[in-house]
Design a binder for this molecule. Structure first.
Ligand code: GLU
Length: 256
């Protein structure tokens, strides 16, 4: 199975931006094992800005240029960490930084697709992030949920997994409605489902539920199943790959 896993800042970093070693180590261990089991894996990783903030020991930046500078610092930390941890399990990582415009230019998109294919053939683990330091505000993808969905679409993945700090999509915002229940399966992203994405997001990440539902529309529209699950438990990916009922699964629409 070809699996795209998107991992959010809130799982990789503590609230102040320091690396969450426990989560990150556990995730890389499971991802390596999934790959050892014969699956193809592409990681879409956030965390550049957050880890940059932690490394520079600044408060969460509000202006674009400081965010971009923090991302430039944090991207190194991110790849250093992935490289170190994947090497423990004899896997090789590759970094790809993309912008929104890359998906708009057939030539660049084609290069991206070809490079990803070749990396997978070579057995490497592509780790993709937005090229935040050169993304302009207006065209920025902003959140990596959408980036994950675009990568899943253009690599013809079988499954997109968004690992976040929430267990999945609830019938209401569980922060304010404790009686809300988890929805295990979504056949189609209807306007009613979209309304459930109204909640805000917290911390250093930018995603939130509405971004995840936008991602679900892109992924399922391309025939890719998408699952939202909690990344705090790295082992959840084994169950998702086995098709078990964890998190929320959005069913990919059958392609004609
Ligand atoms: N590209 C951003 C980063 O790495 C993504 C932020 C996010 O989705 O949380 O910081």
């Amino acid at each position: 199975m070809r699996i795209v896993v998107k991992i959010g800042t809130s799982t990789l970093a503590h609230p102040g931006g320091r690396l969450n070693i426990r989560h990150t180590e556990a995730l890389v261990k499971v991802w390596s094992d999934i790959k050892n089991a014969g699956h193809e894996l592409i990681i879409v990783s956030s965390g550049a800005t957050g880890l940059g903030v932690g490394k520079l020991q600044i408060s969460r930046p509000k202006d674009m240029v400081t965010k971009q500078a923090a991302a430039a610092v944090g991207q190194c930390e991110l790849m250093y960490t992935y490289d170190k941890l994947f090497v423990e399990y004899s896997h090789t990582v590759a970094q790809l930084l993309v912008t929104w415009e890359d998906f708009d230019h057939p030539h660049r998109l084609n290069n991206l697709q070809n490079t990803l294919e070749r990396l997978i053939q070579l057995g490497a683990v592509p780790v993709i992030n937005e090229n935040d330091p050169i993304s302009t505000e207006e065209y920025s993808l902003g959140d990596n949920d959408r980036l994950g969905a675009l990568i899943a679409k253009y690599t013809h993945a079988d499954l997109l997994v968004l690992l976040s700090d929430i267990d999945g999509l609830y019938t209401a915002d569980p922060h304010t409605h404790p009686e809300a229940t988890l929805i295990h399966r979504v056949e189609s992203v209807t306007p009613e489902i979209e309304q459930l994405g109204g909640g805000s997001n917290s911390g250093l990440g930018t995603g939130g539920m509405s971004a995840k539902l936008t991602a679900a529309k892109i992924a399922t529209g391309a025939g890719v199943d998408m699952v939202i699950a909690n990344g705090a438990n790295a082992n959840v990916l084994y169950d998702i790959v086995d098709g078990k009922d964890v998190g929320t699964r959005f069913l990919g629409r059958k392609q004609k």
